[in-house]
Design a protein around this ligand. Structure first.
Ligand code: PRP
Ligand code: URA
Length: 214
């Protein structure tokens, strides 16, 4: 069985997702549009990643009669962006779950080794009781995402779901092999990594495109 057949791996091939992704890839897309699309894709991915949230029956009085309706059972969530680019996805998740807490993992890739260098960690209290959505638009070597998973597991978090927008085979394999419980969502698995660990065809440097830093 290929790793791509894993029930823990989800490629979101919805037409709206694929349409928005095509605009994201375009080098002529402005930072303003790029940011908006990253937020919209986070909403669509978050919707998929949270489709198993448990529901309970509640009694509701409509203007016409009492009825039984469904509400999410007090499930607590946290969204954990990998800075910087992951922050672009936070508001999309908060649109879906406004009460979610936000933790941060600050990391950048060393330009020579391509290994992640952590520089900041801040998690909400009792994060171990929450379902955590790690968000980062790019999954390249997998070094950054596996490090973020490691930090959350170290604090005792059990339910972790990772949301990326563009992935490549190397990164998907690294993450699924690193943690046997992880759920991984992405919008595409691109062809390959180059010698600088950039994804091809990809969309370039997500952080630079979100923040206009290049
Ligand atoms: C990018 C991206 C991921 C990481 C992916 O961040 O947002 O965090 O690279 O690469 P990996 O899978 O090989 O670890 P970058 O280090 O460029 O930092 P930035 O978000 O501050 O631009
Ligand atoms: N990080 C990015 O922003 N883009 C890539 O292609 C790889 C890592």
């Amino acid at each position: 069985m290929s790793i791509y057949d894993s029930p823990r791996f989800h490629v979101i091939d919805h037409p709206l997702v694929q349409h928005k992704l095509s605009i994201l890839r375009d080098k002529h897309t402005s930072s303003k549009t790029f940011r908006a699309l990253v937020t919209e894709l986070a909403v669509l991915e978050g919707y998929e990643a949270l489709r198993d949230l448990p529901l309970e029956d509640v009694q509701v009085e409509t203007p016409l009669e009492m009825t039984t309706a469904k509400r999410i059972v007090g499930k607590k969530l946290a969204v954990v962006p990998i800075m910087r680019a992951g922050e672009g996805m936070v508001n999309g998740i908060l649109t879906l779950v406004p009460s979610a807490r936000v933790g941060h993992v600050g990391m950048y890739r060393d330009e020579e080794t391509h290994l992640p260098v952590p520089y900041y960690l801040k998690f909400p209290r009792h994060i171990e009781e929450r379902t955590c959505l790690i968000v980062d638009p790019m999954l390249a070597t997998g070094g950054s995402l596996t490090a973020a998973i490691h930090f959350l597991r170290e604090t005792g978090v059990k339910d972790i779901r990772c949301l990326t927008i563009v992935s490549c085979p190397e990164g998907v394999e690294a993450v699924l092999n690193y943690d046997s419980e992880i759920e991984l969502y992405t919008c595409t698995v691109d062809r390959q990594l180059d010698e600088n660990a950039y994804i091809h065809p990809g969309l370039g440097d997500a952080g630079d495109r979100i923040y206009g830093t290049k």
